[in-house]
Design a protein around this ligand. Structure first.
Ligand SMILES: Nc1nc2c(ncn2[C@@H]2O[C@H](COP(=O)(O)OP(=O)(O)OP(=O)(O)O)[C@@H](O)[C@H]2O)c(=O)[nH]1
Ligand SMILES: [Mg+2]
Length: 326
């Protein structure tokens, strides 16, 4: 509420401006987000408040809306009724999930010929306040493959909260395990889903070992991480041979029949990771690195025991997953 007060303008009349609108809370589907982990850290979100109206009929600024990003595939449910509000099935779908309040009107609106100095004005309306439940079926972005005992489960337990069974005998892992990996911090937090797979052996595509029936789980991943044990724990002499065995199985699984080395699992991007470098046989490590280089595949070396190379690998995975989303 305000009145115009100016020299030589007697009874200037009401001049209270309106309040600004409150910002909305908008939800938008994004290809850059792979998980809902950012809501775990930060579950409450508000649009900005609108500013107060001012004298001289000035309207207050509208509050900024905020946009919450969710991965494609997220379902939005009303937390109270359980009703499905929306399935975000395409990128860049936008939905206002809580409307900002309307600003109150200033006293300028309440003047009539009979009532020229109104003191009436409105208060702003409260914005909507709502609770939702978000649901996302996790799809792995990265698949860990390798021979039994290569250290796949150990690696996922180092880089995510997943706690699969780990043991020094083959076929410890009987079913894929998913883990959410995060790098960086809000607001630049990135996250992606890694699948720890049961070990593969030669002849898997013919039904040996656990077979390849699980590979369909990583058919839709963006990236394969191929783990090769370069210590002597494997009891196998040649890491490059180990690498080729797995690639053969991957190629046999993909129905298109490309050559094993060039198109593992239908040409999926691959990173090669030497594992157990705390106990590495230097010759094996060198040989594998050289082979990866020849094949123009990104190469990393890690130890889940000492932590060496783990952080670098996490960032490298995040980068490759991000590149693929662009
Ligand atoms: N020294 C050393 N040992 C490791 C490392 N990573 C894993 N191991 C050991 O290697 C063995 C096999 O590890 P897992 O993680 O169960 O191997 P996996 O690839 O998941 O095996 P499957 O599930 O059977 O396919 C375990 O005894 C681990 O403790 C490492 O970085 N250094
Ligand atoms: Mg395992």
């Amino acid at each position: 509420m305000a009145f115009r007060r100016e020299k030589f303008v007697p009874r200037g009349g009401p001049s209270g401006g309106d309040g600004g609108r409150g910002g909305d809370v908008v939800m938008q589907s994004s290809q850059r987000h792979n998980t809902l982990i950012h809501f775990r850290y930060n579950p409450e979100h508000k649009g900005q408040r609108g500013e107060h109206g001012m004298g001289s009929n000035c309207t207050g600024l509208d509050g900024r809306s905020i946009t919450l990003q969710v991965p494609v595939g997220t379902s939005l449910y009303d937390a109270e009724t359980g009703e499905l509000i929306h399935d975000f099935s395409e990128p860049d779908e936008r939905l206002v999930i809580a409307k900002g309040g309307r600003g109150g009107r200033g006293n300028q609106h309440f003047a009539t010929s009979m009532h020229q100095a109104p003191r009436e004005h409105e208060l702003g309306r409260a914005g909507e306040e709502r609770s939702y439940r978000l649901e996302l079926k996790l799809l792995a972005d990265v698949g860990l493959v390798g021979l039994p005992n290569a250290g796949k489960s150990t690696l996922i337990s180092r880089i995510s909260a997943a706690r699969p069974k780990i043991a020094d005998y083959p076929f410890t892992t009987l079913e894929p395990n998913l883990g959410v990996v995060t790098v960086g911090e809000e607001p630049d937090l990135e996250s992606f889903v890694v699948a720890d797979m049961p070990g593969l052996i030669e002849g898997a595509h013919l039904g040996s070992g656990l077979g390849v029936q699980f590979l369909r789980h990583i058919e839709r991943t963006r990236l394969l991480v191929h783990l090769v044990d370069v210590s002597d724990a494997s009891g196998r002499p040649d890491p490059v041979e180990d690498f080729k065995v797995i690639n053969n199985e991957l190629a046999s699984f993909s129905s298109k029949g490309q050559s094993a080395d060039e198109h593992p699992l239908a040409g999926k991007p691959m990173i090669v990771v030497a594992t157990k470098i705390d106990a590495a046989n230097p010759e094996k490590l060198k040989k594998l690195a050289a082979h990866a280089k020849r094949k123009k595949l990104e190469f990393h070396a890690v130890s889940a025991v000492t932590g060496e190379g783990i952080e670098e690998l996490k960032w490298a995975l995040a980068k490759r997953v991000r590149q693929d989303a662009d």
